[in-house]
Structure formats: C-alpha cells, structure tokens
Design a protein around this ligand. Structure first.
Ligand code: ZN
Ligand code: ZN
Length: 263
C-alpha cells in the first residue's frame, strides 16, 4: 500500500522568531490538518533548552517559556496534535535539549544541517562544500552516539538549502555511498525517523538525482520516514500535501516505510 500523506511532523508557529506570519497560529495549523485529512500533526518550534550549557549564544525567545506558551493546543476529533520542538546541535556537538525536557515532549526533530548559523551550529561561516560534507556526517554520527529516545526523534531536512544554499547539491554529491550506508544503517538500527521535507527542491533531473540519493540509500537500509512541511507561514501550508505526494512518488514509499510514531 502506498505511503499515505496523513501527518505533518515539522511545523512552526508564531513562537518561532523566524515565523513572520501572524496568522500561523496553532488554530490555523489545526485547520490545515483537518482540510487535508491528517491523523497526526506535530508543532515543532525552534528551541534551545536553557538547562543545556553552550558556548554559543542562543536567543532567549527560543527558550522553554516561549516554546510552551502555546499550550494547551487546540483539539479536533480524530486528530492528534502532538507537541514537540526543532532542536539544534552547537559547534561543539552539544545537543540543545535536556533529558528532563525531552521527556515532556512528544517528538523532536533535530536540525543537523543548520549550517547557516555561524557562531552557533558551526564555528564560522562555511565556505567549502568539503567542510559542509564533513560536518553533515559528523553531526549525524554524533547524534546517533548519544543515549536518546530515538523512537520519538527525527533528523530534519538533510538536503535543503540550510547547508550551502544553491551549492547544497555540491555538498550532497561529496557524500560517498559507503558513508551514507554506514550512517543510515545506524539510523535504522536506532529507529530514528528520517524527515522528508517539502523544502527539498531541485531545479533539474540531475539535481533531483543528487538530492534524493541519500533517501534511496536510507530506504535501502530500512530507515523509516515521516513528512515535514517545515511551514513557517500559512501560504506554505497550502502546498504541503502536494509536495508530500511528490516526494512519496519519487521514492516509491509504502506504508511500511512510515516512521512508527507517525502511524
Ligand atoms: Zn530547520
Ligand atoms: Zn523548521
């Protein structure tokens, strides 16, 4: 059976500082879920847990008080509205969430590819695809080496422009099949979800082949996938479902490829 696009596990609301759309409220997000007949959605605003010490500077407005300011979430029959967060890893490899907070959240998506945040997630601005590829692998390996509840965690947008904007395909191309098989076999063993993010955009068939290769390998390794619109504005909600279907078709995903928590 074809993988059904019945959830969205990466959505921002006005609590995220980068969300500039005042209409992007939990109520509006719930409406989007109802319109698309989703069964589960998860709110994942940006978050750095102030309980976790980091050399890097994180904005106060992404602390716990702000993250939880949207609670309680609105409800609808037949639909689960999960409460989660999008978390970061600083340039020293420290993950921005404490075990106590992780316990309280339904799901977290880990951004290992926020390489545009010099001084926070990467020490300095990345100027070479080689360096970006090295960081790409090392952050995921570091994450997988931690004792974490992977059944309620995912790896966010692995192939989007956060890495090196339009040069992102150059970075992904540098990742060797062998290295990807190693990393995704570990992801499959640990049970962490792999995000299919609607911001994965390609301008040609060649770019499509490059950007989809990691996901084909992940699928081959037995990884489980969840969908994430990463919507920061209501306009992005409107095209999310169509984009999910596009990626499902490209990867020829079946229901058995779905991340258990998203079922
Ligand atoms: Zn992100
Ligand atoms: Zn996001």
């Amino acid at each position: 059976m074809r993988y059904t696009a019945d959830h969205d596990f990466h959505i921002h609301s006005t609590v995220s500082r980068c969300c500039k759309d005042p209409l992007q409220t939990p109520e509006r997000i719930l409406q989007y879920a109802k319109e698309n007949n989703y069964k589960k959605i998860c709110l994942t605003n940006h978050f750095w847990d102030e309980r976790v010490k980091s050399e890097a500077e994180w904005i106060e407005e992404h602390g716990y008080k702000y993250l939880t300011s949207v609670l309680p979430l609105p409800k609808a029959d037949g639909l689960e509205f999960l409460f989660g967060a999008e978390i970061d890893m600083d340039y020293n490899g420290i993950l921005g969430i404490s075990p106590e907070t992780l316990c309280k959240l339904d799901f977290v998506t880990v951004a290992t590819t926020h390489m545009h945040l010099a001084g926070n997630t990467v020490k300095e601005k990345i100027t070479s695809p080689e360096k970006a590829a090295e960081i790409w692998l090392s952050k995921i390996k570091n994450l997988l080496s931690m004792p974490l509840p992977f059944h309620k965690m995912g790896i966010a947008h692995m192939t989007t422009g956060h890495i090196m904007k339009e040069r992102t395909p150059e970075v992904i191309k540098l990742l060797k099949d062998e290295a990807l098989y190693e990393v995704f076999s570990d992801c499959a063993d640990k049970g962490i979800g792999i995000e299919l993010n609607t911001k994965t955009i390609f301008n040609s068939d060649e770019e499509k082949d490059i950007l989809m290769r990691p996901y084909y390998i992940a699928k081959d390794c037995g990884c489980k996938f969840y969908l994430g619109s990463d919507a920061h504005r209501t306009e992005a909600l409107n095209s999310a479902k169509e984009n999910f279907e596009r990626i499902i078709t490209i990867l020829d995903l079946k229901e058995e490829n779905k991340f258990p928590l998203a079922r």
